[in-house]
Design a protein around this ligand. Structure first.
Ligand code: NAD
Length: 453
């Protein structure tokens, strides 16, 4: 079946894509299973070289991939360039892995004991629409490095860059059946990854709702699984912080990618004694956040991904919502929504509890450190967060007390390919990136050799 891919900027048709059915998905999985056997036998240095060549091909195509993402997903050109470069970096980082995927030698009586990190087999990577390039690579790069074959399903709305990346990897020498991108419906192609026994692991990024279904489906075959799900992260500003810097950086921490970011700091917790002053600093920063044509170099925020997503976001800003101030957004064609600040918002309000996945920030005041921690943890999610303070002891105390996988102090950094990324509670299971990711794409095998002592 063919599916039209729309530009969220002007609603024009960018491409028409053939989506796979179950039979075509099964055939691709079968090819991947066969190819994986040979891929796992490729000498580590050669596998490494192929990953480096793929990284170089993606680097050479940076502008092409970035422009494709601007059209398909409405990302700003500066973000899209970073995203394509992130794919290069993740491939380069894991290109070092095939030669360093060590097992252990464990002292035992009567012989020698060795562990091997074996590939799992075929890995199914399921990707959401919000960061199509980076999230694809966080799955496929370590999976390939560890000797697995990958079948990857991009989101229905944003398949174009993943398709192009697979072509580039193939041209760089990675066998085409070892890394296949299979566009299609989640309920058809994605779900077939879950039910087909030849797919031995699912690496899913998306909503908590779909993640739970996938987890239940994987239980049937005790299929290996990592989940990167939703978030409702807190940006906590203490009275002793550099308030000017905290206020000038807060908009990007929630409005970047139009708020369609699992790490978006969509709850802003401000110490009551500086609440008014902080909001007076925040207002001009929000109002000057540049929203518009994503291909312009200075644009900071583009449109939302779809009409449906815009309607969902708007439902949080309807009558009764406490809108403190808003930025601006273009009108006319395209799925635009202005940066919006709700303040103050009651902790029980749905804007404070649910992942909006749009440019809407909820502001809450707190009285002391203990209350800030309690509010930050009062959510089923636990993905990211920021702490602004000049007191180093407090920075550590609060960082240790917050139930979340990735925190930053006096900055809004979340995803760094050198370091583990993933969620506590209902934000996920397992970790991606950094040195930890390889474990999740390997099976540990223990071999004992009797020496007859
Ligand atoms: P989604 O859950 O609707 O879809 C994600 C992917 O799963 C898509 O490719 C979709 O086609 C597929 N899918 C849908 N139903 C399926 C099924 N029954 N079986 C198999 N696959 C299925 O999510 P979305 O709307 O594309 O993305 C937004 C969500 O992703 C947000 O909740 C966001 O927080 C989350 N996200 C999390 C991270 C993270 O690293 N934690 C990163 C980015 C996005």
């Amino acid at each position: 079946m063919s599916q039209q891919v729309l530009s969220p900027v002007d609603e024009s048709i960018v491409a028409t894509i053939e989506e796979l059915d179950v039979a075509a998905t099964d055939a691709a999985i079968e090819r991947a299973a066969r190819a994986q056997v040979a891929w796992a036998r490729v000498a580590p240095a050669d596998r490494s070289r192929l990953l480096i060549r793929a990284a170089e091909a993606i680097d050479a195509a940076n502008e092409e991939l970035a422009l494709l993402e601007v059209r398909n997903a409405g990302h700003t050109i500066s973000n899209a360039r970073w995203e394509a470069a992130n794919v290069r970096d993740v491939l380069t980082y894991y290109s070092g892995a095939p030669e360093r995927n060590f097992g252990r030698q464990i002292p035992v009586p009567g012989g020698v004991d060795l562990t091997f990190l074996e590939p799992i087999g075929v890995v199914g990577v399921i990707v959401p629409w919000n960061f199509p390039m980076p999230i694809a690579s966080w799955g496929f790069a370590p999976a390939l490095a560890a000797g697995n074959a990958v079948v990857l399903k991009p989101a229905e709305l944003t398949p174009l860059t993943a398709i192009r990346i697979a072509e580039l990897c193939c041209e760089a020498g990675i066998p085409e059946d070892v890394f296949q991108v299979l566009p299609g419906k989640g309920s058809v192609v994605g779900w077939r990854f879950v039910t087909n026994e030849k797919v031995r692991k699912i690496c899913f990024t998306g909503s908590t709702e779909v993640g739970k279904k996938i987890m239940a489906g994987c239980a049937e075959q005790v299929k290996r699984l990592t989940l990167e799900l939703g978030g409702k992260s807190a940006n906590i500003v203490f009275a002793d912080a550099d308030l000017e810097e905290a206020a000038s950086t807060a908009p990007a921490s929630v409005f970047d990618n139009a708020g369609q970011d699992c790490c978006s700091r969509s709850r802003l917790l401000v110490e009551a004694s500086v609440y008014d002053r902080f909001l007076s600093l925040l207002e001009p920063a929000v109002k000057s956040f540049e929203v518009g044509d994503p291909s312009a170099e200075t644009t900071q925020m583009g449109p939302l991904i779809s009409a449906e997503q815009r309607a969902r976001v708007a439902s949080y800003v309807g009558p009764g919502a406490n809108v403190a101030f808003q930025g601006s957004a273009p009108s006319g064609k395209g799925f635009w929504f202005p940066p919006t600040v709700l303040a103050p918002v009651d902790r029980s309000d749905r804007a404070c509890r649910e992942e909006i996945f749009g440019p809407v920030l909820s502001v809450i005041a707190f009285d002391d450190e203990q209350e800030a921690i309690e509010i930050a943890n009062d959510t089923p999610y636990g993905l990211s967060g920021s702490i602004w303070t000049r007191e180093v002891g407090r920075a550590f105390r609060v960082a240790r007390a917050i139930e979340t996988g990735t925190l930053s102090v006096n900055s809004h950094s979340s995803v760094r390919y050198w370091t583990p990324f993933g969620g506590f509670k209902q934000s996920g299971l397992g970790r991606e990136l950094g040195p930890d990711a390889l474990e999740h794409f390997s099976e540990v095998k223990n071999v004992f050799i009797r020496t007859g002592e």
